[in-house]
Design a binder for this molecule. Structure first.
Ligand SMILES: [Zn+2]
Length: 453
């Protein structure tokens, strides 16, 4: 199957190639075969059959976004968690983890997956309690994904009473779930799916759990990920002794060159130096973090040599908003309106995030030989006219709803703004029903929509 995207403005996100006006992208069997000015691409492909031509005049082609941190089923917390700050973890997330039925999480995760594709996200790192139940839809949808069960080994009932108790039986069950799933999913769909070993936080994970997961990551040659630098340092010292959160992660295989450390919005200079030495990357989630009132010192971490990718985290579905949040919070933090330039942040959301996941040789930019993971934005829209500088206009003004077509591995997964191969109305109905049912049980058990703390 050869597809020619023709007449487009092309943003290749390749250091050597600037924006191409009146450009074309030739896709052949899932990979990019050619990128350039239309006339040149036509000349180079003259005589070879083209199966489909996509008329992209007035449109912009760029690489798909790579979101390095998501919890797909957490769309359940929309409208519940946004205004209650850090207590959401204890008062909503932890208790909901024992209430949400697996099929409900599946319905909510299907919604989030469709939203990601609709928003131009072609690769996602998803970690969640029941990542295994989300996997079938993720596989069917066509998105590229790293998937992992977010393991812990605490007694959740004790945690709800404010006590941390590590439980061997929980550990055995969680390891069985996480490792079986990783072995099942890793490399599926012609390598489009990959496993990741994940823990939620250090304060809910014992060193024994971490080391078992690390050994599996070694064996399968896959990344590890965890939430880190989220204000858990005192709790970590109380639970684990004196080493401190970053050192503890380092000592147990969760802070090294294959690690994706999420958030890091409460870090000091020693933490940044340790993380830089370790080779771990940051999953920066500025859209989510800004509503928690916390912002990672991402530009300082970048200056220290730490690779940075961008993640949505949860609730949200429009990745362009993540880019804008990334710029806004960096400028507020630096009190400088010129830091975090739009071209750099678009690179961070594409090729930079691909590098964080170890996938930059395959995706993240539009170059011959790479996988055809791309999005086409219709620029003939309110808010995007006049287009002027395409990079700047898209980063500051585009929305998910402006995306016309999305491709992963050369397969069209969004066309005319709709996710292909699924009944979107049914998807929305199922997710709404799942959320309503889960919250009704939550309210029954806890007397309302939050557990008091
Ligand atoms: Zn998270």
């Amino acid at each position: 199957m050869r597809t020619l995207i023709d007449g487009a403005t092309v943003i290749p996100m390749n250091d050597d190639a600037p924006v191409i006006f009146d450009g074309a992208v030739l896709v052949d069997e899932g990979r990019i075969a050619d990128v350039g000015v239309s006339a040149s691409v036509h000349a180079r492909s003259a005589g070879s059959a083209i199966d489909r031509v996509i008329d992209a005049r007035g449109k912009v082609v760029l690489p798909g976004f790579v979101s390095v941190h998501n919890h797909l089923g957490y769309s359940v917390f929309r409208g519940r968690a946004e205004d209650i700050g850090h207590t959401a973890v204890q008062s909503l997330y932890v208790p909901m983890s024992t209430i949400l039925a697996r099929e409900e999480r599946g319905a909510l995760a299907a919604l989030s997956t469709a939203e990601l594709l609709r928003g131009g996200v072609t690769t996602v790192l998803q970690m969640e309690e029941d990542a295994d139940v989300t996997a079938p839809f993720v596989e069917q949808s066509g998105i590229r994904a790293l998937l992992g069960v977010m393991a812990h080994d605490i007694d959740v009932d004790a945690l709800n009473r404010g006590k941390t108790v590590f439980d061997e039986r929980v550990r055995a069950q969680q390891l069985e779930q996480a490792i079986t799933f990783a072995e099942h999913i890793n490399g599926r769909a012609d390598g489009r799916l990959k496993a990741v070993m994940a823990i939620n936080t250090l304060s809910t994970s014992s060193p024994d759990l971490m080391r078992e997961l690390r050994d599996t990551a070694d064996r399968l040659d896959i990344p590890v990920s965890l939430h880190l630098g989220i204000g858990e340092q005192d709790e970590v010292r109380k639970v684990h002794g004196g080493a401190g959160a970053f050192q503890l992660a380092c000592d147990n295989g969760f802070l090294d060159e294959r690690a994706v450390a999420v958030h890091c919005y409460m870090v000091d200079d020693d933490d940044i130096a340790l993380m830089a030495r370790s080779g771990a990357a940051l999953a920066h989630c500025p859209l989510m973090n800004q509503f928690r009132g916390c912002i990672a010192p991402a530009e300082a971490m970048r200056a220290a040599g730490i690779d940075i990718g961008l993640g949505i985290d949860n609730y949200f579905s429009d990745h362009f908003e993540v880019l804008r949040a990334c710029i806004a919070v960096a400028r507020i933090r630096a009190n400088d309106p010129a830091v975090a330039q739009s071209a750099d942040i678009l690179a961070r959301a594409t090729i930079g995030s691909a590098k964080v996941l170890g996938l930059d040789a395959e995706i993240g930019s539009l170059e011959p030989g790479k996988k055809a993971d791309l999005q086409i934005v219709d620029a003939r829209r309110y808010g995007l006219t006049p287009l002027n500088d395409p990079v700047r206009t898209l980063v500051y003004h585009a929305h998910a709803k402006d995306i016309d077509l999305v491709m992963v591995d050369g397969r069209v997964v969004v066309e005319d703004g709709r996710v292909t191969g699924i009944d979107e109305d049914d998807l929305l109905r199922r997710a709404e029903a799942a959320g309503n049912a889960a919250w009704a049980r939550f309210a029954d058990q806890h007397g309302g929509y939050a557990v008091p703390h």
